[in-house]
Design a protein around this ligand. Structure first.
Ligand SMILES: [Zn+2]
Length: 88
């Protein structure tokens, strides 16, 4: 068990790592990002650290770009199919 400072308890508490899906909004799109957070065992509050947050931002934008590329690919595919249909 790791002891970390909990801002809510204003004390060092035992924490546990928890895997979660956090949803961030980027340009009006909801981007779900898997994250590992530390949770205070005393009050149940999620502990944030700055390092994680800057890393998070990076991951959110990576996920956003991946989703945007996917959307573009699907759009291109659909456009392609639509063209084919008109040709016939
Ligand atoms: Zn706490």
């Amino acid at each position: 068990m790791t002891k970390k400072f909990c801002a809510n308890c204003e004390a060092y508490r035992d924490t546990k790592a928890e895997d979660r899906i956090e949803t961030y909004k980027v340009h009006g799109k909801s981007i779900p990002v898997p994250v590992r957070v530390d949770v205070c065992l005393t009050c149940g509050e999620t502990l944030f650290d700055k390092e994680r947050d800057s890393d998070m931002l990076h991951r959110v934008y990576t996920a956003y770009r991946r989703q945007a590329q996917l959307a573009d690919a699907i759009e291109a595919l659909t456009a392609d199919e639509a063209t084919k249909e008109t040709e016939q």
